[in-house]
Design a protein around this ligand. Structure first.
Ligand code: ATP
Ligand code: MG
Ligand code: MG
Length: 406
């Protein structure tokens, strides 16, 4: 059913009090970065209360949240205290204390997605084991514990070899490439050594990276956003094009793999599935994020329902919205820190100044207290009547003859 009445919001509410707004459920978010901030922005339109837990007093979500509890989301006592204030507990970062979420679930706290999902995803090796058990196609992988096993992996998978930290990885921090056996030691050292918990992946010879955002409601309804292409620079998401320029067959295959991957995980919410497309038309899974994702930022302007509104609808138990695009084409460009401090701000502000004059461009600035190199400081989404037009607008904004991915 699609009417409000037919939705199971009582389990999220915990009681049968009359609903005055769209939902009386207080949504607690672990983490108050830019994803939390954009969740708050979507929540304000629906008058849903979002509270955030983040250690930084002036984190991006702080000023827009209904309430900001200053504290660590990886500290058990703090998360338990925070949970008392929430009708439903969700995350904007997967590096939270999964054991505490499991304990809270046993006590009846409503976590969406489920603690089991966070546990699987926050350890990339465990994630790979999980998806291979569910017959999801992915690059071959293997745990490494010492130089011997690393060399063995090199023999099995050949070079270049992608070495990854199992935990606490984001924006490519946690990845190192060894181009030969001689480079193994330095690559492992760069990641903090074998004790950090490492594994290797066979190099994926991709022609494109794709991403599909899949949303599951509390009633198990599912919607998928159009397949997008993501372009990374130095392992960091840099540009997202929607829709991806691939055949219908690839669109269908990518959506199918993403749907199957998400179906193997428990709980409601937005999931982003990062994929590799190979020259021979194979789709391999890279990783899944159990939350709104950088590859879905464009949906704020380009789709009928944004990924952020969709996540809120999903976790509180409202009907899911329409994920389709309302503009023919969109490009999202991440504003990454190019320099530390003031010089970095100056460069970002010059770019934003040009973006404000581009038709169809929307500027998002996350208001992070510190500028650092390669840090995601904001993003710009350009929508327009065709792929050619939005690309031309991006080139003009960047004052470049060509942009990445051309
Ligand atoms: P984020 O969470 O910010 O997406 P991350 O730190 O978890 O990034 P990954 O997604 O594992 O890192 O990898 C970052 C990028 O490195 C990928 O998007 C891809 O460009 C490249 N990459 C990762 N794994 C492989 C692989 N097996 N073969 C080739 N390239 C890879
Ligand atoms: Mg990741
Ligand atoms: Mg990734």
């Amino acid at each position: 059913g699609t009417s409000l009445d037919s939705q199971d919001t009582s389990s999220a509410r915990g009681d049968k009090r009359p609903v005055h707004g769209l939902s009386e459920v207080v949504v607690g978010v672990l983490g108050g970065g830019q994803l939390g901030r954009m969740l708050c922005q979507a929540a304000s339109q629906l008058a849903i209360k979002v509270i955030v837990l983040d250690p930084m007093e002036n984190c991006p979500a702080s000023s827009l949240s209904h309430y900001h509890m200053v504290g660590n989301y990886d500290d058990s006592a703090t998360v338990q205290e925070f949970a008392k204030r929430c009708g439903v507990l969700t995350v904007e970062i997967e590096h939270v204390d999964a054991a505490t979420l499991e304990k809270l679930e046993q006590q009846g706290v409503d976590c969406q997605p489920k603690a089991s999902t966070i546990r699987i995803i926050q350890d990339k090796y465990l994630q790979k084991v999980h998806f291979s058990r569910h017959s999801i196609p992915l690059p071959k992988f293997m745990q490494i514990d010492d130089l011997n096993s690393a060399k063995q992996a090199g023999v099995l998978f050949n070079y270049p070899l992608m070495i990854k930290s199992k935990r606490l990885a984001y924006d490519g921090r946690g990845n190192a490439v060894a181009n030969s056996e001689e480079e193994l030691s330095s690559a492992v050292d760069a990641l903090g050594g074998y004790d950090r918990g490492l594994y290797v992946e066979k190099w994926a010879p991709f022609v494109k990276e794709l991403s599909v955002i899949v949303v599951r409601g509390r009633d198990n309804s599912v919607v998928c956003y159009p397949v997008v292409e993501t372009i990374h620079r130095e392992n960091i998401c840099h540009i997202v094009k929607s829709p991806a320029d691939v055949s219908w067959k690839i669109m269908k295959l990518a959506t199918d793999v993403a749907f199957r991957a998400v179906s193997s995980l428990e709980g409601a919410g937005v999931f982003a599935v990062e994929l590799f497309l190979t020259a021979d038309g194979q789709i391999l899974l890279n990783e899944v994020a159990p939350r709104p994702h950088n590859s879905g930022h464009h949906t704020i302007e380009s789709c009928y329902t944004s990924q952020f509104e969709q996540h809120l609808r999903a976790v509180v138990g409202l009907p899911l919205g329409d994920p389709s695009m309302k503009a023919p084409a969109a490009i999202m460009y991440n504003i990454l820190g190019e320099d530390e401090g003031e010089p970095g701000f100056l460069l970002a502000h010059q770019l934003i100044g040009r973006a404000l004059g581009i038709p169809g461009a929307s500027v998002h600035w996350y208001d992070k207290p510190e500028m650092r190199k390669q840090r995601k400081m904001g993003h710009i989404t350009i929508v327009g009547p065709s792929v050619g037009v939005v690309k031309a607008r991006l080139r003009s904004m960047l004052r470049e003859e060509t942009v990445d991915g051309e």
